[in-house]
Every structure is written in structure tokens, then in C-alpha cells.
Design a protein around this ligand. Sequence first.
Ligand code: SF4
Length: 372
Amino acid sequence: MDTSISPEEQAIAKRITELKKILGSELMVLGHHYQRDSIVMHADFIGDSFMLSQKAADSDAKYIVFCGVHFMAESADILTDDDQHVILPNLRAGCSMADMATLPDVESAWADILAETGLHDPVDKTAPGDIPTDGKSYLIPVTYMNSSADLKDFVGRHGGIVCTSSNATGILNWAFDRAGPEGAVLFFPDQHLGRNTGLSMGIDESKMPTWVPKIGSDKELTGARIILWHGFCSVHKRFTVEQVGDFRRKYPEGHVIVHPECPKETVEVSDANGSTQFIKNYVEALPSGSKIAIGTEINMVARLADSHPDKHIECLDDKICPCSTMYMIHPAYLMDVLEKIVEGEVPNQIVVSKDVQEGSLLALERMLSIKK
Ligand code: SF4
């Protein structure tokens, strides 16, 4: 066991290991890449939200303890059977980006955009695999996984789909196929992922207006291809062009890789951008001795540095703090929920109500059926 951690932390880790053993195959612990080491050491699977949602969907475990944030546990609940219980060790672990798009604001924007552009609402016309063939132009809603279940339900009911940072290009292609040549996508809540993906697909920025809730669009909506919701991740928006410049001055032969939730200016001066899984694979593929700066959450960067001692790996922002909500999953909370499960309770269960399950399941299943 790691002796750099306190005796109290060691005792918690030991107890979590014992509890996991008692629960055996009834339990599955999922850990997002942004969780601290003392959590991911207990995870049966470590991954990004796409990979973890697949693991939840494929699992038979009775208890799925999700070490991540609220929207991830909601998606796991939607994708699992009624007799499976999804548990979030700390119910306060939300996501500030997900909170930037609420259902009333999205419904209001939806009505305004349809009225202004004359585009059609696909409602539930778009069953999996169906492409409207009536020659009309549609507005297709696409929500990032980082959104609440009621928004995924809205999206599912309006012929739309969920995306993650690892499949956004494939998902946008799916949406454009259904929107028609004059149609558009309403993408929320992260403007940066939408903009960076659109630019990588050759869409001109003038065709990607930003929609500010309660205010409206910053550009002409007619002719738009992607209407971007004005949301952002408070962690990734901190990575800047200046930081890339500083790193390149130190290591002119170095590599800079960032997450697509970063601003487009930062992405443009980086060598590569992609999901947490993409970043992990990219770092692994670089030769020994490489100097690498990474623009994503610090726990993941520190873990990559530890697991690649033959490479110099640093965080692009030397003052960056961890995602404050991911950090709310402390090992003591994990131990506490496992103790309660062993005692026969189901603590901190995340239950998505039946009335929003149908549309959200449709939107998630559409995503899972599409290759990246
Ligand atoms: S890193 Fe950003 S997007 Fe991810 S959970 Fe934290 S606030 Fe949300």
C-alpha cells in the first residue's frame, strides 16, 4: 500500500477493499479519469463518460457505484435495468457546465430558434436508423453527455442524440444527415466542444452562432449549421494560448495536447485535441523522452505523469486546481456507501423518473449505436 498517504487514509483504503470483496460480483465501481488516485485504485473500470456509460449498460451488477458526477450516474441509471441500483458516493457532486443548460431555457430557445429560422421540429420522427426523406429542413438537438436527464429526454423526444467528447464528430454527422442540407443542429451545453468539432469538420465559424440563454443569438441564425449554447467548463476554459507559448519556449520540440472543452484559440495552437481516452492513448504512443504538456484536469495529468516516468509530462496550467465537483468524491464517502450496501441499504441512489426515462434512453441508445 502507498505509504505516502496517512494512516487514516490507509485504513479507509483497506476497509473499501474488504467491502468490495464481501459484495463480490454484485458490485461494480466505476471511476472517471478525473477522480483522485485514492478513488481510482478501487475502480473496476476507469474511463471517460462514454466508456463508463457503455460499462454500465453492459453490466449485470446489482449495485453500480459511480465515482464521477451526477449526470454520469443519471445516464448509468437510464441505461441499466430497474433492479440495478446506481449510487453516487456524494450527492453534491454535480457539474457546473451541466447546470448551464436548464430545461426551461432550452425549451424557450428551441421555440425561438424554430420561429426565427423556419426550420422544422423533428419531434419523434427520427427513430434509430431513420432519416427524414420529406425534403424539409430540420433543427436537430444534440446534447453533450454533461447534461441533466430531463435535457436528454427533451433531445430524445425531438429526434436528437447525446454525444461525448470522444464521438462528437460521428454524432454531428448523424445529426446533419437528418437535418437536411439547409438544416441545423442546436448543440448544448458546451460551446467549445461544439465549436471545435464543427471547425474540425470544415464548418465556417460564421455558421456557428452562440445562443446566450434569455438573450438570444450573437449572429444571424438563418443559414447556421451549429447553434452553440453558451456553456463552458470552468476547468478547461483556463487553458490559454499564452500557456502553450510558455511551454513551447521551454521545450520547442515538445507536444501539447488538450481537451476539446478548451477554447478554440488554445486548441488551434496545440498539436492534438481529444477526449480523456484520446489523450491517454496519445501520451502512450509518444516515444520515451518526449516532453508533453496536457490541458485537462490535474488528477488525470498527474496520473499520466506517474505512469510514464520515461516522459516529461506537465499540466499546461501550473496553477490549475482539480475539478471541484469531481473532488467531492472522497474515499470516506465511497467507504460509507459500501458499508451501507453491505448492511442491506441502498444509499445515495440516483433514480431518473420514468417520465424522463423514455426520451433520454432513446437519445443515449442512438449514441451507443453509432461508431465514433
Ligand atoms: S471537468 Fe468540467 S465538465 Fe467535467 S465535471 Fe468538472 S466542471 Fe463538469
